[in-house]
Write a protein that binds this ligand. Structure first.
Ligand SMILES: *[C@@H]1O[C@H](CO)[C@@H](O)[C@H](O)[C@H]1NC(C)=O
Ligand SMILES: *[C@@H]1O[C@H](CO)[C@@H](O)[C@H](O)[C@H]1NC(C)=O
Length: 486
């Protein structure tokens, strides 16, 4: 079904071995595998763009698509970084008090995956229905109280188009910063620049979030010092869901989670034990990631990705859906929305056929080994700079599971770490319904969400509605408050 899907998208060329219909591509059967660079053609987005306007936005206002709440402003379009590099965005004003509300940015991961996934499957103003062809207004949309800006990046991803050259999270951060300079220079959006800025992301966003946030803060310092010209970004919040940040502390989590999680073991004990050997043997996964961390070249980090995903991540998934282990693979939920989004493409001003994941971008990243580099130092820098930070994880997700994420959080070294380590778990409740457990210290918190897969806001738990728990923690953190049960 997934293969047919990839072949059915007119503009996605047939890429031997790369299957990119969910957030993280499968390469020759290996989840997150490393493709042979020679086998990856261009991204296939051959088209005649409308005239670009480098350094400016091109915008369609109030298309009427998705956000149908009367009086709520929306805009979609492109920020042209150059005449051949255009970043797609979709902005939704808050349903309440947009002028004073914080502005939240949203990035999906991949690398190479579109942020339209978050919009239509997770927390946008509308959500795709199970029929995959219609949408329904979402009462737990993140723009209930915040302004939300969805961005397809790097260039080449989703509706973004042009020269597809970015291959590291660091390179991606400077393009996103440039895009935001263009966005805030526009008369329609300049008024949001002084508002608190929040950066929310998931999955590969465990790299993107800390890297982008640290870059934004350093650019602010450089602007103050007069070495960079630009508008400062008022970054106050970082939220990362089910994120890969520190592979050395997270990969053993696959071995732990496959054998012990709230649902069922994923594979036989012999498969677990052989993955454990692949982890700890002298030239195993742990040794390879360690070499990558110790100044490893692109090829050292890339081969760590290949080895660890071949011998640990992929075999431990068994027959289960890696994004929600309660279901066998493939879980049809959250529903696919490619046909729907392409049917509204021209109305919203998008210029290329949408695909969920761009194999060329994925391949660029796989070749630098960016996957296996450590984003924990950037995360610590962001936390220590006073940016309120929430790390959260849905407990039914295998691909970036809570066992690994909690090890990453425990290993983090920040001004709050000692206080964090002394905390006991606190239940997290929404309207009296327990929906997770958390620890918090200073402006840092970690939250494990029950009954949620990789895309946490897509799920329901107990008597809560879809995305209700996610909206509560999103609002609490985005408005600068601590997590609090209700
Ligand atoms: C992995 O192997 C080590 C010994 O090398 C052992 O201590 C540990 O319990 C094993 N882990 C699992 C989850 O089986
Ligand atoms: C959509 O499908 C999921 C399972 O794939 C199911 O749990 C859910 O109830 C369905 N939603 C509706 C509204 O039918």
């Amino acid at each position: 079904m997934r293969l047919l899907f990839a072949l059915g998208s007119v503009f996605l060329p047939f890429l031997p071995g790369i299957l990119a219909t969910k957030q993280i591509p499968v390469v020759n059967g290996i989840i997150g595998g490393v493709p042979d660079p020679a086998g990856v053609p261009s991204d296939g987005k051959a088209f005649t763009p409308l005239a670009t306007t480098p350094g400016k936005l091109r915008v369609v206002e109030n298309s009427g698509v998705c956000e149908t709440t009367p009086g709520v402003y929306q805009a979609s379009g492109y920020g042209d970084l150059t005449s051949t590099q255009s970043i797609w965005f979709w902005f939704f004003a808050a349903r309440k008090n947009p002028d004073t509300a914080p502005l939240a940015l949203w990035f999906n991961g991949g690398p190479g995956s579109s942020s339209m996934i978050g919009l239509f499957q997770e927390h946008g103003p509308c959500r795709i229905k199970n029929d995959s062809s219609t949408v329904v207004l979402n009462p737990t949309s993140w723009n209930t109280e915040a302004n939300v800006l969805y961005i397809d990046q790097p260039v080449g991803v989703g509706f973004s188009h042009g020269d597809t050259v970015v291959g590291t999270s660091q390179q991606a951060s400077s393009d996103v910063w440039k895009f935001l300079q263009i966005f805030f220079a526009d008369a329609r959006f300049a008024k949001y620049q002084p508002n608190p800025l929040a950066l929310w992301t998931e999955s590969y966003g465990g790299h993107y979030g800390p890297t982008f946030a640290a870059y934004f803060l350093k650019q602010n310092i450089a602007i103050d010092a007069g070495t960079v010209t630009g508008k400062k970004l008022n970054l106050k919040v970082l939220g990362v869901g089910n994120g890969l940040t520190d592979p050395l502390n997270q990969y053993y989590g696959y071995i732990v989670y496959a054998g012990s999680n709230p649902y069922h073991t994923l594979v036989s004990s012999s498969t677990i034990s052989s993955a454990n050997t692949s982890w700890s043997s002298s030239s195993g996964c742990k040794a390879k990631i360690t070499s990558c961390y110790n100044g490893g070249s692109n090829s050292v980090c890339s081969s760590a990705q290949s080895y660890c995903n071949n011998n640990i991540l992929s075999p431990l998934a068994g027959n289960w859906d890696v994004y929600d282990v309660r279901h066998t693979d493939p879980d049809p939920y959250p529903p696919d929305f490619s046909t729907y989004i392409n049917s509204v493409r021209t109305k919203i001003g998008a210029e290329v056929t949408w695909t969920q994941s761009n194999s060329k971008v994925y391949s660029n990243f796989a070749n630098t080994g960016d996957w296996m580099r450590n984003s924990a130092p950037d995360l610590a820098y962001v936390v220590n700079s006073g940016v309120r930070t929430l790390i959260f994880d849905g407990d039914a997700d295998f691909i970036v599971n809570y066992a690994g994420v909690e090890s990453m959080v425990d290993a983090l070294q920040t001004q709050f770490s000692t206080a964090y380590h002394s905390q006991a778990w606190t239940p997290y409740k929404v309207n009296g319904q327990v929906t997770g457990q958390y620890k918090a210290a200073g402006t840092f918190a970690y939250l494990r969400i029950y009954g949620a897969g990789h895309e946490v806001p897509a799920y329901t738990y107990g008597n809560l509605g879809y995305g209700q728990a996610a909206l509560q923690f999103f609002n609490q953190i985005t408005f600068g408050n601590d997590l609090t049960s209700t």
